[in-house]
Design a protein around this ligand. Structure first.
Ligand code: 5AD
Ligand code: SF4
Length: 483
């Protein structure tokens, strides 16, 4: 899985963002919705689908939950602390509900799916619990709550992809957008709760994906990130006649794999950047790598979670590859796309991990020299294979020490990767003003590095700029536009 934000999922730095949406004009029902999302990019993308469904029923949004008639929280279960954060946030909603007893409070997403009706027993203020495949039912569920009941729909689906729903872009800068290409996950990584909360893997209609990307481009968007728990296993078959024109094959039914889909989206326009997340080491093919290499607008950046550098631990994790396989995939990326940035996810202190096995994770970091990494202590999740089979036996202090070690190591390599860009010219998609100053713009390089440079006459957000890199930190490139 592994969908971290901004390029993938489960970036815990992006938490609890309130999202605004416009009501569908003429259908306003006079009620206000507040929606907040936690966890992965898929959740943020799902909130845009929820927003679309509720805008169709006439809801207007508010950025203040105290004024809301309906308060939704779209939740994450990936680690225990993600759930703790949601519970704390619910306590904050309790005061508002006390003042306004008619307020509907709903829990959406992975925690809803994991805990189901139990949520209603545990959290008395919650009125509605809705899993990730049941969002079309939200207007009915809200009606049930209005009628004095509490409501639950946590049915998972083998088909639902929300392909026909046009997401309402929330908190959008009008430049980057997430496009969901598949849902669920069929990999049973033993530590992971996602297969239980998001159900079986299914791929979205390729024609609808290309149509959405084309539409975004026509609205002025310049970057799409294709989202799936395991994008390399994307597979859809159908007629492409109405889809990406360049690949149209009449009425012929064609199987579209991820490499084909990437190409179809890249062909929407050379001015549209294409990113994707997340790749799985067991499934990423050379065909995908050659497709990335072939198109300038498919960004040279791959998030390839390793989780551990040790083959025995990888087996216990049920990752279905070993250390050598992973290294082989890294070598293939370096060979086919020499300029490619690579990031990863790593877990420390998985069940029975010894110091030597942990050192294999450290040496993997030395081998790859990742541009970026998301690093976590193992957190046992109820119901997962690991929770059933293995004791969570690594003491917290050991997990913490191992985590601190790899975080420090990654800091060095992030800095090393940034330094390697010094004196080079990066093509940057300008996203807006930098966080610190309206005198500076920020944007991302092809390799996904954040780049800061002075606002320059003739350049606006949504345009590309060539930036000469003059300084770096371990997270940012700093420079100036050159013609
Ligand atoms: N404990 C710690 N980290 C986890 N992840 C997934 N499940 C767990 C868990 N139980 C991490 C993995 C995954 C990322 C999204 O979150 O590294 O790739
Ligand atoms: Fe990713 Fe594995 Fe979890 Fe699937 S089961 S979402 S591949 S970590």
């Amino acid at each position: 899985m592994d969908l971290l934000i901004p390029d993938k999922a489960h970036d815990e730095s992006r938490q609890g963002e309130a999202l605004l949406l416009e009501p569908v004009v003429g259908k306003n029902n006079g009620r206000k919705l507040y929606i907040e999302s936690y966890g992965c990019a898929m959740n943020f993308s799902d909130s845009e689908i929820v927003a679309s469904i509720l805008a169709d029923s006439g809801f207007e949004t508010t950025s203040d939950f105290n004024n809301a008639d309906v308060v939704f929280i779209n939740t994450c279960s990936i680690r225990e602390n993600a759930e703790v954060r949601v519970r704390n946030r619910l306590k904050e909603f309790a005061g508002a509900k006390f003042k306004n007893p008619g307020m509907v409070v709903g829990v959406l997403g992975c925690m809803a799916e994991r805990l189901k009706a139990k949520f209603l027993e545990e959290e008395k203020l919650v009125d509605v619990v809705v899993g990730p495949d049941a969002y079309r039912d939200l207007p009915n569920l809200i009606e049930q709550v209005d009628g004095g009941q509490r409501a639950v729909n946590v049915l998972l689906s083998r088909e639902e992809t929300y392909a026909d729903i046009s997401p309402v872009r929330l908190n959008s800068n009008g430049i980057n957008a997430f496009v969901s290409i598949m849902r669920g996950c069929d990999n049973m990584c033993s530590f992971c709760v996602v297969p239980f909360t998001r159900g079986r893997e299914r791929s979205r209609d390729a024609v609808s994906i290309v149509a959405e990307c084309t539409d975004l481009f026509n609205q002025g968007y310049r970057e799409v990130t294709l989202l799936g728990q395991n994008v390399d296993s994307y597979k859809w078959s159908g007629q492409l006649a109405d889809g990406g024109e360049q690949l149209a094959v009449g009425d012929e039914v064609k199987i579209v794999n991820f490499a084909n889909l990437l190409e179809m989206v890249a062909l929407v326009s050379p001015e549209l950047r294409v990113r994707f997340s997340t790749s799985h080491p067991k499934d990423i093919t050379d065909e995908v790598l050659y497709t990335i290499a072939k198109y300038d607008n498919i960004c040279n950046y791959i998030h390839l979670p390793v989780q551990s550098g040790n083959s025995r631990i990888l087996e216990l994790m049920n990752r279905t590859y070993d250390r050598d396989w992973y290294i082989n995939r890294i070598d293939a990326i370096r060979r086919i796309i020499p300029e490619c940035a690579i990031s990863t996810d790593m877990i420390t202190g998985f069940c029975t991990e010894t110091d030597e096995e942990h050192n294999d994770s450290v040496s993997m970091m030395d081998y790859v020299k990742y541009d970026f990494a998301y690093m976590f202590k193992y957190s046992e999740r109820p119901g997962t294979l690991a929770a059933k089979r293995y004791a969570d036996d690594i003491p917290e202090v050991v997990k913490q020490a191992r985590l601190a070690e790899i975080v420090a190591k990654q800091q060095q390599y992030s800095f090393y990767r940034m330094q390697a860009r010094l004196g080079r010219v990066e093509k940057v998609l300008i996203e807006g003003f930098s966080k610190k100053s309206n005198n500076d713009y920020c944007g991302r390089s092809d390799q996904n590095a954040m780049v800061i440079f002075p606002v320059t006459e003739g350049y606006k957000p949504g345009q590309y700029a060539n930036v000469l890199v003059e300084r770096t930190t371990s997270a940012t490139l700093i420079g100036r536009i050159i013609d």
